[in-house]
Design a protein around this ligand. Structure first.
Ligand SMILES: Cc1cc2nc3c(=O)[nH]c(=O)nc-3n(C[C@H](O)[C@H](O)[C@H](O)COP(=O)(O)O)c2cc1C
Length: 306
């Protein structure tokens, strides 16, 4: 089989990982580090972990000769740090709170867990070096991790909202964000002119994905659910709202219309949480890097993922 690089990377992206910052310091104490998701545990006794560093990384030479390094597991609020440590800037530590570990490696404040290691072994493999560390100290905090899947950040908060909704027996609204050429599909109430996203469940009708697909197929949509884009609790609606990104190529039925991002009349949308979510969606669509959005009707805008 001829390996197509892009498809290969996409297939690897199907594996969900956490996100870490791997750190060490120069001989003069200058802190260095980069974002890595190739972290894994190798052995419990002795306690060994590994990360893989690409040949293309500027810090490779330093990590090859370092005697110690630390792996910091990021929590869901630390997406900015992940972005900072994966972009080409020398100002990574100036903009990050950190302390020195016992061996001297930077420990990123607020991390969900960190492991400080002595360099145990290094294996050159393909275009990466596998760096194996012997853990000398570690710490764990409670919280939720930042996840990474298919080139996007994800958060388990998503799942938590679902679980708490089921536990509380809260009403669930399932909705669709159907985007086509920088436009989003809305339903416009012909009496009030209020705009809504296509959804199901607000009147207490059964809301599960099959009833959602059935309803909109009945209206002539060819709905194909993509990712869950957003999960948030809306206390005003006493609901948990779950919005899917969705593909549809059919002509919209009456009362539904595609509105270009820049032409959306926000005052026609009465649901504040929806406005926040959609503005975020539009911003993310502009750079094509979607993060799952969550929270509640007030602070859901940026609670966890910038
Ligand atoms: C989520 C994520 C995971 C990454 N994982 C790795 C990894 O495991 N190994 C690696 O070498 N680079 C990884 N990178 C890329 C590096 O973080 C990036 O190339 C960084 O700029 C390297 O820093 P440096 O050039 O200063 O060494 C990852 C980037 C992201 C956003």
């Amino acid at each position: 089989m001829k390996i197509d690089n892009l498809e290969y990377r996409k297939a690897l992206g199907q594996f969900v990982t956490g996100v870490t910052i791997v750190t060490t310091c120069e001989i003069d104490g200058t802190p260095r580090g980069f974002t890595a998701n190739s972290f894994t545990s190798v052995s419990l006794d002795p306690p060994l972990i590994l990360i893989c560093i690409g040949n293309f990384n500027e810090s490779l030479e330093l990590f090859k000769k370092t005697k110690h390094f630390a792996v910091n597991i990021l929590n869901e609020n630390q997406m900015d740090i992940s972005n900072l440590f994966s972009s080409p800037t020398s100002k990574r530590f100036e903009n990050t709170q950190w302390i020195k570990g016992d061996l001297g490696s930077p420990i990123i404040k607020g991390s969900l867990a960190w492991f400080e290691c002595k360099n145990h072994d290094q294996i050159r493999s393909g275009d990466h070096i596998i760096l194996i560390g012997n853990v000398k100290s570690f710490k764990k905090k409670s919280g939720r991790p930042l996840g990474y899947y298919s080139g996007n950040y994800i958060s388990l908060n998503n799942e938590q909202s679902l679980v708490s909704a089921i536990e509380k027996n809260t009403k669930t609204i399932l909705g669709l964000i159907i985007e086509k050429s920088n436009s989003i599909l809305f339903y416009e109430d012909n009496k009030t002119n209020e705009l809504f996203l296509p959804s199901i469940g607000s009147q207490g009708e059964p809301s599960n994905t099959s009833s959602l697909i059935k309803k909109f197929s009945g209206l002539g949509f060819k709905v194909k659910l993509d990712f869950v884009y957003s999960v948030y609790e809306d206390k005003n609606l006493n609901s948990v709202c779950i919005y899917y990104r969705c593909k549809d190529n059919a002509k919209p039925p009456k009362a539904y219309k595609y509105i270009k991002f820049e032409d959306i009349e926000w005052k026609k949308i009465k649901d504040k949480a929806l406005i926040i979510m959609l503005k975020r969606y539009i911003e993310e669509a502009s750079h094509g890097n979607f993060a799952i959005y969550m929270g509640d009707e007030k602070s859901g805008l940026t609670q966890t993922l910038k």
